[in-house]
Design a protein around this ligand. Structure first.
Ligand code: BGC
Length: 726
């Protein structure tokens, strides 16, 4: 992140102080209001109806969501700069979540690449396209830890693990913002949704959240803390309540924890109308109370709702405290505009031909690299994969020829730019037949018999199955997360005539795949891979590239196991599945094993690896670190990536802690038969947790250090004793 520049800071302070001296109360409150002009509304009735231009002229609007069109941005910015009294520029924000115009894989898939360097480079490409289309802030990354795949927004998240989430938080924030978000190629980043939105009860969108403060601190806050440490410029408050108080009005979490404990000193924005929704929670009677409570919680910008705009000026007349809070918030918003370079260059990058910066070959190349490392190989029975390019392939299923591959929250990415599965395969394989076989949720006899016909003629069948891209994302919770009956009809019919089946699954969430497994030899989880989908899948299936993605979220066997996540707490009556699998009074189900279908961190490769010479450098900390060293050998003829994961387990602590906690990982590329030495470095901080009372420490405790291929497959364990708790 950028180093503090004292001269620049003085200039900034001077400019902002002088502006604050000149601004009326209404103008200050105006900086705290954000409205939206999007899509069909550009130039449309909403533009006139909302009197946006009048508000800008009067200095009563500080920032906007959208527009997606620079002609409109220019027009609006001109009003702000040339026709408002003080000429304060507008700040344009957008939801650029996993790609601007070049579509990248959805976030949960990118997280599963376990490759933060590549995610950072992807974020740089996304920032480049975004910045050159006149947007200043992206509402990303989404850093909600998730444990319930019924919730549609798992697709936007970094997954279920706080360490992986934190590593990805740093990659996204530093990629978006660069050294200096004003440099024209970068943008400001907004970490969202603060906090615990991912713990919505029953996976139902916008539902209540009720978790302990210890859980909040040990799990949910971690990626946000990292985002703050990485210099994130904005944080968005979440829709949910925490401990009965809606996040947008939650002074304890916004002010005491985010600002004072974590040291966040920039802008907090509400979520879409989440301010006035506190009236639905019945903690505010009217909009005056909404304004007072949210401002008091140190919220700076109100998104869409107008309680601040309408009521703060009046409230401030009678309350010096409110006036001070308005000044503080306005100062933070102006500070961010300054950091974005908007006072010097309000029209920066607002080219009429902004599309020239989109979909550049190098951007598509980066999206392809990311897609190659995001897909996860889940099954490879009989070594059916990789496929020989001369084999006769039957590509069957609702995702064979569709271009609906961007995924939810696709920014400006378009389906038309996506390389379909069929296009990709046809370029690489000599003989590809194709048949849709079924729609996502329905099929006809004719469709199935068409598919069966080509399946019969083929050497191998590839089934392209899944959920539509808009079955995950915001407000897309589901109670049934299995493949549809229509798709199972297709699978069974095809399996009758050809047993050599590879399924490729498209979805924004972990689906329940248990009934599919007996029908397939190969299984590749594609998630949604974006613009380069077809190319990436063809490279992976043909073996010119080797799958290396891992699951950032546990895949349950049955819906009834949800929530199921690897870092669960211990129970007083654990099941011993090997020696006493039928012990009745243990923590288990009558009708299912406890384990998932695929655990967190799981993913196969065409290579095989051997791990030898594993050493823990010392059992106690010296100079604050401890090293774990090992040799990794690729024992196969395929070049490929190994992803070694380091977990710890506290064996004695004042509160119960998870069975495994990921603390480090190493993704390493090895040529056939190559060996490399790897070193993991752990610090004291990696062993700390909030114990009892609420104190962050290692405590004086014994720990296991474990190395694994995933959270369930541990190949090395070593016990250490920390001498002194800190
Ligand atoms: C979503 C946010 C998003 C905002 C602005 C809300 O509905 O929860 O994630 O940034 O809209 O589009």
């Amino acid at each position: 992140m950028s180093k503090p520049n004292i001269k620049n800071n003085e200039k900034k302070e001077k400019l902002i102080t002088s502006l604050l001296d000149q601004m009326t109360l209404e103008e200050k409150v105006g900086q705290l209001y954000q409205t939206a002009i999007m899509g069909e509304f550009d130039y449309g009735p909403a533009f006139e109806k909302n009197n946006v231009s009048v508000l800008i002229k009067e200095g009563k609007l500080g920032s906007m969501i959208g527009p997606y069109d620079n002609q409109v941005s220019m027009k609006l910015q001109k009003i702000a700069v040339e026709h408002s009294r003080l000429g304060i520029p507008l700040m344009f924000c957008n939801d650029i979540i996993h790609g601007c115009r070049t579509g990248f894989p959805v976030n949960i898939a990118m997280s599963g690449s376990f490759n933060p360097e590549l995610v950072k480079k992807s974020a740089e490409v996304i920032a480049f396209e975004t910045s050159h289309s006149g947007t200043h802030v992206t509402f990303a990354p989404m850093l909600d830890i998730v444990r319930d795949p019924r919730w549609g927004r798992v697709v936007e998240s970094p997954g279920e693990d706080p360490h992986l989430g934190s590593v990805m938080a740093d990659a996204w924030v530093s990629g978006f913002q660069g050294e200096d978000p004003s440099d024209g190629n970068h943008i400001a980043s907004c970490a969202k949704h603060f906090v615990a939105y991912g713990a919505a009860e029953a996976g139902r969108e916008y539902n209540t959240v009720d978790i302990s403060e210890r859980m909040l601190r040990n799990i949910y806050l971690k990626p946000f803390k990292q985002a703050v440490d990485s210099g994130v410029k904005m944080v968005m408050s979440a829709f949910n309540v925490y401990d009965g108080v809606p996040m947008t009005a939650n002074k304890f979490l916004l002010d005491d924890v985010l600002r004072k404990e974590m040291g966040f000193d920039s802008v907090i924005v509400s979520d879409y109308t989440s301010t006035e929704e506190i009236m639905n929670h019945k903690i505010a009677k009217n909009k005056e109370e909404v304004a007072e409570k949210c401002l008091n919680a140190t919220l700076d910008i109100e998104m869409i709702s107008t309680s601040f705009l309408k009521h703060l000026p009046e409230l401030a007349q009678h309350s010096p405290k409110i006036l001070d809070q308005i000044n503080a918030s306005c100062k933070r918003v102006l500070g961010l505009k300054y950091d974005l370079g908007l006072f010097d260059k309000p029209y920066k990058n607002m080219y009429p031909k902004f599309e020239d910066y989109f979909l550049l070959p190098e951007s598509r190349h980066m999206s392809l690299q990311m897609a190659l490392e995001s897909a996860v190989l889940l099954e490879n029975k009989t070594h059916i994969l990789p496929l020989d390019k001369t084999q006769k392939i039957a590509l069957i299923g609702p995702f064979s020829t569709t271009n609906r591959l961007v995924g939810p929250w696709g920014g400006k990415a378009r389906n038309e730019d996506c390389v379909t599965f069929y296009e990709g395969l046809s370029k690489v394989f000599d003989h590809v037949m194709v048949s849709e076989g079924s729609k996502l949720k329905e099929m006809t006899e004719d469709m199935i018999s068409d598919a069966v016909k080509i399946a019969r003629e083929a050497d191998v069948v590839i089934l392209a199955l899944g959920e539509d891209q808009y079955e995950s994302g915001e407000a897309n919770s589901k109670t049934n997360i299995s493949l549809s009956d229509a798709q199972y009809e297709l699978v069974k019919a095809v399996n009758e005539v050809n047993k050599r089946i590879v399924a490729v699954i498209f979805s924004g969430r972990p689906l329940i795949l248990t009934p599919l497994i007996p029908y397939v030899d190969g299984l590749l989880y594609a998630w949604f891979l974006g613009t380069e989908t077809g190319h990436a899948l063809a490279d992976l299936l043909s073996g010119s590239k080797n799958p290396s993605g891992r699951l950032a979220m546990t895949f349950p066997r049955h819906q009834g196991q949800i929530p199921l996540y690897y870092n669960h707490m211990k129970t007083g009556r654990p099941l011993d599945p090997i020696n006493h699998p039928h012990n009745h009074y243990t923590s288990r189900y009558l009708d299912s094993v406890n384990t998932p279908l695929y655990p967190f961190g799981y993913g196969l490769s065409y290579s095989t690896f051997e791990h030898t010479d594993i050493k823990v450098s010392r059992d106690v900390f010296e100079n604050g670190t401890l090293e774990v060293i090992l040799d990794v050998k690729n024992t196969s003829d395929h070049a490929g990536y190994d992803v070694i994961q380091l977990y710890i387990e506290a064996l004695h602590f004042s509160v119960t802690r998870p069975v495994n906690e990921l603390k480090a990982f190493n993704k390493v590329y090895l040529k056939p038969h190559e060996t490399k030495q790897l070193t993991f470095e752990l610090t004291m901080d990696d062993f700390k947790a909030y114990g009892y009372p609420m104190h962050y420490s290692t405590e004086s405790a014994s720990y296991l250090i474990k190395l694994g291929n995933n959270s369930n497959d541990i190949f090395y364990t070593h016990q250490i004793q920390l001498k002194e708790g800190i």
